[in-house]
Each structure stands twice: as C-alpha cells, then as structure tokens.
Design a protein around this ligand. Structure first.
Ligand code: AQP
Length: 331
C-alpha cells in the first residue's frame, strides 16, 4: 500500500485558504487515489516554533482534528493523529538535521518571512524544514499534497532524502508534491499581496470555516478590489479581484476563464454577492458536521486509532535509521 502524508499546524482556526489549498485537495485525493493510505496529522510540534498559549493550542488541536473529518475525509482510509504523540517525529528531525546544511535552511523563504516578524527567533523555527522532512520520510510517502508556499520545503525534503539514499542505498522513498491547480495560494482579503494566514492579526484578512454566515458575507463584500469596475483576471494589476476569482474557481471547481465569461458584464457587487452565497452554501454542511463531531467521543477514538497506526510505522523507521547510523547497541 502506498502512502500519502500531510499535516496542518493548529496555529489558529482553519481559514478558507488552508481549506482550498490543502484539505479540499485531500478529500479529492482520497477519491482518486483509492490504493493509497493517508497519514494526516495535526502539526502541533510545528506550531510551537513560535510561542503559543497552552490552552488555545489544545483547543485548536481538537478543532483541527474535527475540521479534517467534517470536510469529508473518510476515516476508514486514514490514520489521523497528533504529531507530538509520536516521539519518532522529534527523533527523526534531529537525525535529519545531521544531513542538512545551514546554507540550505538559510535559503528557506518561509523562515526569512516568519523570522522577520519575531523579536527573538527560536532555533526550532530555523530547523522547522527538518521536522517537516522527518514527518514525510518516516512514512515513506509517495505523495505530499501541499500548497504553493510549502513547495520549497518539499524540494529540500527531496534533496535530503536523495543525499541520505546516496549513502544508505535507497533508505527513504523520495516524495513527490501534489499541488492543486486552483486555490494553491489564496491571498488575504485585506491585503491581496500577502497570503491568507491563520495567525494574521487582522481578522478581516480571512474567512474561517466556522465563521457565521453574516461574517462571511461581510468579509467578502468588504474585500479589497480596485476601482476599474471590470471583471477579468489580472493578478498583477488587479490582485484583489484575481484572488476572489481564484476563490470562486477553487470552491466551484471551475476555470478562471469560465468565471471571466460568466461575469464579464456584471458588477463587482453582483460578483461578490454570488461569491458570498457560494462560500456560505459550501461551508454550511462542514459546519454542521463539525458541531456533531466536536461534541462526540468519536473524535478521540479516531485520534487514538491514528496514533497507534502511525506509531507502528514511524517507530520502526526511526529505529532502522538509528541502526544504519551506528547509534546505540547492536541487537
Ligand atoms: N492562504 C493559503 N492558500 C493556499 N494554501 C494554504 N495553506 C496555508 N495557507 C494557505 C496550505 O495549507 C497547508 C497547511 O498549512 P500550515 O497551517 O501547516 O502552514 P502555513 O502555510 O504556515 O499556514 P498559515 O495559515 O500561514 O499559518 P501561520 O499563520 O501559523 O503561519 C499547507 O500545505 C499550506 O501550503
């Protein structure tokens, strides 16, 4: 059985950017990659590379677990687990650091962006890509579905895997990225030059999956556009409108050309009203399923089953790697 691996950080309530860039894609992949098993995790170790409030983090971990399932992932084809509950992730990250160069980590654009926003930068933020590489390589993933912004980290993972394989004869499977064609990068509604993020201080920058309908409509109606008043896709000169068109395309599974054709004679107001209705209708069943899941014991059972399944694979892989490296005692 081949494996697909991915994770999301519980750094805040899940927004429509993360949903369209990753979770919606996972659901589609579960339907098209029927012979693959999914290892999906809640990346809580990644989340603490920037300090987090303890109680809020715990709440977000549970919320994210429920969101994954509420979005339509089938539990029977999935091991859903919490990263920190599998010690092999931290162990593998350290081993991988021994094969990663400072220069490689210094080139990571996400590190540079995030470090800029911090008064003091933890070394874990710097080595974050080695934790991510370990997350993937532990499970010998065939594919890793990621948004556009994680592409660089995945390329580094591939480089490290190839470097280790060169020394230890194909020890790791070299993973391939799966990047969605539309929705790979949803931008902030308040500033379309930056990515929509869970931790953006401006709540108007995003739509959260659990937002009330009236908030969703308000956010879309007040999203930044331009004064030209004509609907066509131009990412450079009309980034706000281009972002909303991308949003519509990703929710509807429709091409930008089709959206352009449907709205060429319409106003921004009509377009935004239609987009708001579309998003509200799309999120309604997700919110309903979420409310059922968050109250039930089922969620804990699924996370425990996922922990046991993931632990089995990950522990074996890290032990094997320890052995290859000559660590510990020979058994
Ligand atoms: N705006 C987005 N558009 C498309 N895809 C996105 N992803 C995140 N934001 C968008 C994709 O979702 C996956 C999980 O991301 P993550 O939460 O692990 O990390 P992130 O990219 O750092 O997300 P945030 O929201 O920006 O987190 P904070 O604010 O905590 O830094 C990834 O595949 C990502 O590409």
């Amino acid at each position: 059985m081949k494996h697909i691996v991915s994770g999301i950080q519980p750094t805040g309530s899940i927004n429509i950017g993360t949903y369209l860039g990753s979770i919606k894609n996972f659901v589609a992949l579960q339907n098209s990659y029927k012979d693959h098993h999914f290892y999906l995790f809640i990346a809580d170790l990644h989340a603490i590379t920037i300090p987090k409030d303890r109680l809020k983090l715990r709440k977000m971990i549970k919320e994210l677990a429920a969101i994954y399932l509420a979005c339509g992932l089938k539990e029977e084809r999935l091991s859903l687990f919490i990263q920190s509950e599998i010690p092999a992730h931290s162990q593998m990250s350290y081993l991988i650091q021994c094969f990663t160069y400072m220069g490689e980590l210094e080139r990571m654009t996400q590190y540079k962006d995030k470090a800029q926003k911090q008064a003091s930068v933890s070394s874990a933020l710097f080595t974050y890509p080695t934790l991510m590489a370990g997350d993937i390589l532990l499970y010998d993933a065939e594919y890793v579905p990621v948004g556009d912004d994680q592409k660089q980290h995945l390329e580094l993972t591939r480089d490290i895997a190839q470097r280790i394989n060169h020394r230890f004869e194909d020890f790791f499977k070299v993973p391939k990225p799966l990047i969605p064609k539309v929705g790979a990068r949803i931008m902030s509604l308040a500033d379309p030059t930056v990515k929509m993020s869970k931790s953006d201080a401006n709540v108007k920058s995003r739509i959260e999956l659990l937002d009330d309908d009236n908030i969703i409509r308000k956010r879309i109606m007040s999203a930044v556009t331009d004064s030209e008043g004509k609907i066509y896709y131009d990412k450079v000169n009309k980034p706000g409108l281009a972002n909303l068109m991308t949003l519509m395309g990703a929710v509807k599974n429709e091409s930008l050309a089709a959206i352009e054709a449907a709205y060429q004679d319409k106003t921004y107001q009509t377009f935004k009203e239609d987009l708001a209705t579309l998003v509200i209708d799309h999120l309604r069943p997700i919110k309903e399923r979420y409310q059922e899941l968050i109250k039930s014991d089922k969620l804990d059972d699924i996370l425990e089953k996922g922990r046991i399944e993931a632990e089995k694979i990950a522990r074996k892989k890290v032990m094997k790697f320890n052995h290859k490296l000559g660590l510990g005692r020979k058994k």
